[in-house]
Design a protein around this ligand. Structure first.
Ligand SMILES: C[S@@+](CC[C@H](N)C(=O)[O-])C[C@H]1O[C@@H](n2cnc3c(N)ncnc32)[C@H](O)[C@@H]1O
Length: 390
């Protein structure tokens, strides 16, 4: 048995040029298509990534929207190291739990539906939305007693080296983009962890934290902002505010946020990172409060999806008359990104002119943060505004 587990085996796979490997890996990971049982393989100048078995055409269709060339192949792969593979640990633990509760023929299909990825905030493991929600699992879980269920959640938590377990729920379509995470094992939803050297804390059952924006948090925190006054119009628990104040060394950050649960986390983190003198929290609707900082900022961060457009006019007015930077988040169809950049610069120029700002407005960088859905990218456009009078 152990021998057959360690043997190489054939599996469907997808190949791309090496330089696109990270993007392909991210796309497969986002759509849960990647087979973690096998080791990705490099062959000359290409990367070959193993696909999960039993994928349907509609699941593979998301790959057709990618902006670079890929090829489907059938390939022999080596097993991924068991010790580095918490999924294998999860399979073993859950198989043990299932023994005696299901007949032998049911166990493998149930185990094959176990989640392949999860998030971790401090000691809390957050399973994806659909984990344990298939018909087979729901049927089984409905037959279980309370203590059997608790034993299942406990053994999963331990297999994934956590202390608490939760399951993601769809992010609410309310103004706060509230989290609806459901706690499965453990008492409290409060999590604390460090992200690129910055401490975060919040109630994960109340507010969202998008781990998919990890690269963007790293990038923003690497931009030097010494001496700058910065406005973060959608601060949340401080995803960018804290990185700009701590790592980018902004002189002062004005953080606007309306969700009291997010503000609780933000206030906690301001203390934990000793940033009391560098961050002012403006509690309320930024549409009403941004005028309080008109003409004061060197940089405005506009981090909300699907669009931050309704804050652009305020953002223009928050910048100093000499100009500054805008970081504009947006969900854009991959095929429309170029035209969206052009349109955005035109709209900003019109808004600036209408407020008497004689600026040259240029795009300096476009960051593709993540795939939001099969053809839609979360992008950030860095825009520089420079007064023509200086
Ligand atoms: C999507 S979250 C921030 C997510 C974060 N950028 C990330 O990467 O994980 C956006 C935040 O903006 C806040 N927000 C939305 N509209 C607002 C408004 N008009 N005024 C102040 N805050 C607002 C929400 O409460 C939420 O905390």
């Amino acid at each position: 048995m152990a021998d057959s587990l360690s043997k190489p085996s054939y599996c469907n796979a997808v190949r791309c040029q090496l330089e696109m490997g990270e993007s392909l890996h991210m796309a497969l990971d986002n759509y849960d298509l990647l087979n973690l049982d096998w080791k990705p393989m490099r062959k000359r100048d290409s990367l070959i990534l193993p696909l999960k078995s039993g994928l349907k055409d509609e699941q593979l269709r998301v790959l057709k929207g990618l902006s670079f060339e890929i090829h489907f192949t059938y390939q022999e792969f080596e097993r991924a190291e068991l010790s580095n593979n918490p999924h294998a640990q999860l399979r073993r633990t859950v198989s043990d739990w299932l023994t005696g509760k299901s007949n032998a023929a049911e166990i493998e299909p149930l185990v094959s539906q176990l989640p392949r990825k999860w998030e971790r905030y401090g000691d809390m493991i957050i399973l994806p939305e659909r984990a344990f929600e298939s018909d087979d699992w729901v049927k089984l879980l409905n037959r279980c007693t309370k203590s059997q269920l608790e034993a299942l959640w406990r053994c999963i938590t331990e297999a994934l080296s956590g202390k608490r377990l939760a399951r993601q729920r769809p992010i609410a379509k309310d103004m706060f983009r509230s989290s609806q995470t459901e706690l499965l094992f453990g008492e409290s939803g409060w999590v604390e962890f460090t992200d690129h050297g910055v401490q975060f804390g919040f109630d994960a059952t109340q507010v969202m934290f998008s781990s998919g924006n990890n690269t963007e948090r790293r990038r923003i925190g690497n931009i030097p902002m010494d001496g700058e006054v910065v406005v973060d119009a959608y601060a949340g628990v401080g995803y960018y505010t804290l990185h700009m104040a701590h790592r980018s060394q902004a002189m002062h950050v004005h953080a606007f946020e309306m969700n009291p649960h997010s503000i609780e986390g933000l206030q906690w983190a301001i203390k934990a990172n000793h940033l009391e003198n560098k961050i002012t929290v403006h509690h309320g609707d930024n549409q009403l409060l941004l005028p309080n900082v008109y003409a004061q900022a060197d940089r405005i961060h506009l981090g909300i999806l699907p669009s931050s457009e309704h804050a652009w006019e305020h953002a223009i007015q928050c910048l100093k008359p000499s100009g500054g930077w805008l970081h504009i988040h947006m969900n854009v169809q991959e095929k429309d990104i170029e035209s969206w950049c052009v349109e955005t610069l035109e709209k900003l120029s019109t808004l600036a002119e209408s407020h008497g700002r004689k600026w040259t407005i240029e795009s300096q960088h476009l960051e593709k943060v993540k795939w939001f859905s099969p053809r839609v990218r979360h992008v950030v456009l860095d825009v520089h505004c420079q007064s023509r009078d200086t």
